[in-house]
Design a protein around this ligand. Structure first.
Ligand SMILES: [Zn+2]
Ligand SMILES: [Zn+2]
Length: 886
C-alpha cells in the first residue's frame, strides 16, 4: 500500500506492527496516569462492574480472558461515554480449593497438616496467597483490563472479613442462622461437609446385594436389597409400604440385624416403593437423606457408623478402622458365610461425587450451621421476576428460578482451616452460645472465661455473596458505596448462576435493601476447537499468556469476542487469533499510510470545507451508520456483533475502498480537494479507532497517540456520536452500485487474464442510478482500469466484440478481447482445463473409496465434496470461455 506515495511526512509510528513493543509500555502509562481510577463525581453518572474474583488456586485460563474482555469492552465504552466508571478487581480466597492445593504441596515436602497445626498451616496459605494474587494481578494486566487496581479487594481482607462477620451476626440475631443435626453431604477425602452444588452426579456400575434379615423368634426372614451393604451397621429399622400385602403381617415385628445382632423394628411407611427391589427397605437414618426423614417420622435412633475419613467407627469388631469399601467386602463375605446373602445383581445407579476430588460422597449426620433460606429467597425471586435484575440472555432466568424455587437451607460450615472462622463461641461451663461482632473474652451468661471458638470456617461462597458491597466498604457507610451501589452489570459464566449470582442477589437485597446489579450478562465457556471442554486430563488447555506472547493481547481479545452471541459456548481456534492479528496489521499499515500522506497544514486550512466528493460523503455516512450500530449493540450487550461491525467497516469500507478511492486525490494539484480528503481520512480513522478501542485497546492507543488529536489518551477521549447531518442514504446507494460494478469488472478482467496496466473503454448501460455511474467515472478509471467511461442507452451502442459484465443496476461492456492474445489465452485455458480434470479425477477417486468416506471425520469428507463441486464449476466456466473465444 505504501511506497508509491509521497514519503515527505515524518511518521513516528513504528514501521511494523509489533504488539510487544508497546502493550506493556502503554499499560504502565495508563496506570500511572490514573485513567482507571474513578472519582466519586456527582456531575457524572456512575457505571460500575465488580470483577468476578478469580480463585487464588492457580493461573488465568481462556475463560478468564473472555470474561474480562467482555467487561473491559463495557467499561471502556462507558468511560469514553463520560460515565464515572469503576471496575473493581480482586481475588477469592477459595477456601476448600486452596486448602486442598496447599495441603498437597506440604505433603510433597514430607510435612503433615495436622502435625503442623492450624496457625503454621494458615501462615503457609497466606504465603501462597501473596504469591498467587501477585501472579493473577500481573496476568490480568497483560490482558489489558482497565480495572482500578488501587481498589483491588480480597475476600479475606480485613474489611471484607468484617462484612462477613456482620452478616453472620445479623442473620443469627434474626433467627436466620441456626445449628442443626442434619444429614449432609460428607466428603471422606476432604473431611468436610459440602453443599449440594458441589456434587457431581455420575452413573456408576454397582450392585444390588440381597440380604436376609431374620425375624426374631421365628424361622422367617425378610429380604432387603441395598447398594451400600456397609451401612447395615447403622440400620435402625426395616420399612415396608403399608399397602404391601406381602408384608402386612410382619409390621410391628422385630428383626435381628445381621452381623450386629441388634434388634430393630419393621415399620410401615409410604415412602417405600412397592415395585422397587424386594419392597422392603433397610433404614439407616444417619447415612441416607431419605432414611433420615423416615427416621424422624418413626422416632428411630440415629447411629453414625463411620468416622470422618470414611472408615468404620469403633465398636464394630473387626470392621472398625476398615475403609468403607474394604468393610463392604468383608461384610458381604461374612454374610455369605452365614447364609444370609441371597444374591448379588448388577445395577447401575447414580452416585454423587465431590467435584473437587471426585470422591464418592457419604451422606452423614453431623452438627452444622445453616442459613434458613425461605425468607431470603422470596424477595430474590421477586426482584428477578420484576426485572430489577435482568438476565442477558433472558433464558438464563430459568436456571436461576430452577435453583431458587427448590432451594434448601444452606449449610455454611466447613471443617476446614482456611477461610472466615465461624464467629461463634461455646461456654464450656454453661453451654451458652455467644455470637458477636467482637471476639468475647468471657461467657455473657455465667462470666466464665472457659470459652472456645467454633473450629470450622464458612463456606467460601458466604463471603463472595457479599462481593458487590463488601468491596465498596460495607458495613461502613462510604462514599463509594453510596455512589456505585447497586452496580451496573455483572459479567459471568452460566456455570455459577446458582453458586454465586443467586447468593449475591439475596445477600444484596437483605443487607443493602437493593439488588446488587441491574444486569447479569452471561457468557458461555471456551472450548477446544473440537468442541470438547479444555481440561488438564485431556491436556488440551490453552494458556492465554502464551497466546498474548505470540500474537499480542489485542488479537486474543478480538478473537475471543468477535461474532459471538451472549450465553453461547465458543470454540478456540488459533487461526482466528491469527486472522485477528492480520486485522491489527491491516489497521496499522492503513494508519501509517494515512500519516505518511497527511499534510496537517493543508488539512487545517480546509478544516471547514464541505466540498466533498461522492466517496467522502459515502464514507462519512457509512461511518455514521457504524457509530450508531456499534453503540446500540453494546447497549444491548451484543458485544460480538458490535466488534464484528467495526471490523467489517474498517477492513472493507475504509481500508479496501475508501483509501483506494481517495488515492488519486493525493496526486492532484487541487489543494482544496486534498485538504478535504485529509480531513475525511483523519476523521474516519480516529472514529474507527475509538469504536475499536474497547476490544483492541493497545493498538488503537498507540496509533491514536501518534495521530496527535489533542486528546491525552484514547481511553479518556469521547465516544463518537451519531450525527443526523452526515447520514446520506442516496449516496450510500449510489456508491454501493459503483463498488459492485468495479468488483465485477475486476472479476471479468482477472478471468480473462487482462493485466491492470492494459486499459480499456467501458460502456455502461445503467438500468438504475445512472447518476451514480456518471459521478463515479473517476473511480472506474482508477480502480477498474478504464481508459474512458461512456454511458449508453441501448445495448446496440456497445462495440460488438465486447465482453459483458452484469452487475446490480447496470450491464457493462468491455472491448477487451483485443487486449488478450486469443491464441495464447486458449492455450492457457486448455492447460487449465487439463489441470482441473486431473483434480476432479483425484477427488472422485478419494470419495469413491469407502474406507476414506467411512473412517475420515465428517468435516474432512465434506471438504472433499466441496472441492469436487468447486472444480466442476471451474471446469464448466473454462469450457465456456474457450468456446466464446473460438
Ligand atoms: Zn473431597
Ligand atoms: Zn457460661
Amino acid at each position: 500500500m505504501e511506497g508509491d506515495m509521497d514519503m515527505n511526512q515524518e511518521v513516528k509510528l513504528a514501521k511494523n506492527y509489533d504488539p510487544k513493543e508497546f502493550e506493556d509500555r502503554l499499560y504502565k502509562w495508563w496506570e500511572e496516569e490514573g485513567f482507571f481510577t474513578p472519582k466519586v463525581d456527582k456531575d457524572k453518572k456512575p457505571y460500575s462492574i465488580m470483577m468476578p474474583p478469580p480463585n487464588i488456586t492457580g493461573q488465568l485460563h481462556l475463560g478468564h480472558a473472555l470474561d474480562n474482555t467482555l467487561q473491559d469492552i463495557l467499561i471502556r465504552t462507558k468511560r469514553m461515554q463520560g460515565y464515572s466508571t469503576l471496575w473493581l478487581p480482586g481475588e477469592d480466597h477459595a477456601s476448600i480449593a486452596t486448602e486442598v492445593r496447599v495441603e498437597k504441596a506440604i505433603i510433597e515436602e514430607g510435612l503433615d497438616k495436622k502435625e503442623m497445626g492450624r496457625e503454621a498451616f494458615l501462615e503457609r496459605v497466606w504465603q501462597w496467597t501473596d504469591q498467587y494474587r501477585n501472579r493473577i494481578r500481573t496476568q490480568l494486566k497483560k490482558v489489558g483490563v482497565s480495572a482500578d487496581f488501587t481498589r483491588e479487594a480480597f475476600t479475606m481482607d480485613e474489611n471484607l472479613s468484617k462484612a462477613v462477620r456482620k452478616v453472620f451476626v445479623k442473620l443469627y440475631e434474626e433467627g436466620l442462622i441456626y445449628q442443626g443435626n442434619r444429614i449432609t453431604n460428607w466428603c471422606p477425602n476432604c473431611m468436610t461437609a459440602i453443599s449440594d452444588a458441589e456434587i457431581e452426579h455420575e452413573e456408576h456400575e454397582g450392585h444390588f446385594w440381597h440380604i436376609k434379615y431374620p425375624v426374631k423368634d421365628s424361622d422367617v426372614t425378610l429380604e432387603i436389597a441395598t447398594t451400600r451393604p456397609e451401612t447395615l451397621l447403622g440400620d435402625t429399622a426395616v420399612a415396608v409400604n403399608p399397602a404391601d400385602e406381602r408384608y402386612g403381617h410382619l409390621v410391628g415385628k422385630t428383626l435381628i440385624l445381621p452381623l450386629v445382632g441388634r434388634e430393630i423394628p419393621i415399620v410401615a411407611d409410604d415412602y417405600v416403593d412397592l415395585e422397587f427391589g424386594t419392597g422392603a427397605v433397610k433404614i439407616t437414618p444417619a447415612h441416607d437423606p431419605n432414611d433420615f426423614q423416615v427416621g424422624k417420622r418413626h422416632n428411630l435412633p440415629e447411629i453414625i457408623v463411620m468416622n470422618e475419613d470414611g472408615t468404620i467407627a469403633e465398636g464394630y469388631g473387626r470392621y472398625s478402622g476398615m475403609d468403607r469399601y474394604e468393610a463392604r467386602k468383608a461384610m458381604v463375605a461374612d454374610l455369605e458365610e452365614q447364609g444370609l446373602l441371597v444374591k448379588v445383581k448388577d445395577h447401575s445407579h447414580n452416585v454423587g461425587t465431590h467435584d473437587r476430588c471426585k470422591t464418592v460422597i457419604e451422606p452423614m449426620i453431623s452438627k452444622q450451621w445453616y442459613v434458613k433460606m425461605d425468607t431470603l429467597a422470596e424477595p430474590a425471586r421477586k426482584a428477578v421476576r420484576e426485572k430489577q435484575t435482568k438476565f442477558v440472555p433472558e433464558r438464563f432466568e430459568k436456571t436461576y428460578f430452577n435453583w431458587m424455587d427448590n432451594i434448601q437451607d444452606w449449610c455454611i460450615s466447613r471443617q476446614l482451616w482456611w477461610g472466615h472462622r465461624i464467629p461463634v463461641w461455646y461456654c464450656k461451663d454453661c453451654d451458652e452460645i455467644i455470637v458477636s461482632m467482637e471476639d468475647p473474652t468471657h461467657c455473657s451468661k455465667c462470666n466464665s472465661e472457659n470459652i472456645e471458638q467454633d473450629k470450622d470456617v464458612l463456606d467460601t461462597w458466604f463471603s463472595s455473596a457479599l462481593w458487590p458491597f463488601s468491596t465498596l466498604g460495607w458495613p461502613d457507610k462510604t462514599e463509594d458505596l453510596d455512589y456505585f451501589y447497586p452496580t451496573s452489570t455483572l459479567v459471568t459464566g452460566y456455570d455459577i448462576i446458582f453458586f454465586w449470582v443467586a447468593r449475591m442477589i439475596f445477600s444484596g437485597i437483605h443487607n443493602m435493601g437493593d439488588v446488587p446489579f441491574d444486569n447479569v450478562l452471561i457468557h458461555g465457556i471456551v472450548r477446544a476447537s473440537d468442541g470438547r471442554k479444555m481440561s488438564k486430563s485431556l491436556d488440551n488447555g490453552v494458556d492465554p499468556l502464551e497466546v498474548i506472547e505470540k500474537y499480542g493481547a489485542d488479537a486474543l481479545r478480538f478473537s475471543l469476542t468477535t461474532g459471538n452471541a451472549p450465553g453461547n459456548d465458543i470454540r478456540y481456534y488459533e487461526e482466528r487469533v491469527e486472522s485477528a492479528r492480520n486485522f491489527a496489521n491491516k489497521i496499522w499499515n492503513a494508519s501509517r499510510f494515512v500519516m505518511m500522506n497527511l499534510d496537517k497544514e493543508i488539512m487545517n486550512k480546509y478544516k471547514d470545507s464541505k466540498n466533498y466528493t461522492i466517496a467522502d460523503k459515502w464514507i462519512l455516512s457509512r461511518m455514521n451508520d457504524v457509530v450508531k450500530e456499534v453503540t446500540e449493540n453494546i447497549e444491548k450487550f451484543e458485544l460480538g456483533i458490535a466488534t464484528q461491525k467495526v471490523y467489517e467497516f474498517m477492513w472493507n469500507e475504509f481500508c479496501d475502498w475508501y483509501i483506494e478511492l481517495v488515492k488519486p486525490v493525493f496526486f492532484s494539484d487541487d489543494e482544496e480537494a486534498k485538504g478535504v480528503a485529509y480531513n475525511v481520512l483523519y476523521t474516519v480513522l480516529t472514529t474507527g479507532l475509538k469504536l475499536l478501542h474497547p476490544v483492541m485497546p493497545y493498538i488503537t492507543e498507540e496509533i491514536f497517540l501518534n495521530l496527535e488529536t489533542g486528546d491525552k489518551s484514547i481511553t479518556i477521549s469521547s465516544w463518537p456520536e451519531f450525527c443526523e447531518e452526515l447520514k446520506n442514504e442516496q449516496v450510500e446507494k449510489e456508491m454501493a452500485l459503483v463498488i459492485e460494478a468495479i468488483k465485477s469488472i475486476r472479476n471479468v478482467r482477472a478471468e480473462m487474464n487482462v493485466p491492470n496496466s492494459r486499459k480499456a473503454k467501458l460502456f455502461i448501460l445503467a438500468t438504475e442510478g445512472a447518476e451514480a455511474f456518471e459521478g463515479g467515472k473517476i473511480y472506474f478509471e482508477k480502480l477498474a482500469s478504464a481508459s474512458e467511461v461512456i454511458l449508453i442507452n441501448a445495448k446496440e451502442e456497445a462495440p460488438e466484440n465486447a465482453v459483458a459484465a452484469v452487475t446490480k443496476g447496470a450491464e457493462i461492456f468491455m472491448p477487451i478481447l483485443d487486449l488478450v492474445d486469443v491464441e495464447k489465452e486458449i492455450e492457457r485455458l486448455n492447460k487449465e482445463k487439463e489441470k482441473l480434470a486431473k483434480e476432479i479425477e483425484r477427488v472422485e477417486k478419494k470419495l469413491s473409496n469407502e474406507r476414506f468416506v467411512s473412517k475420515a471425520p465428517e468435516a474432512v469428507v465434506n471438504e472433499e465434496k466441496e472441492k469436487e463441486k468447486k472444480y466442476r464449476e471451474m471446469y464448466a466456466s473454462v469450457i465456456e470461455r474457450i468456446e466464446s473465444l473460438q
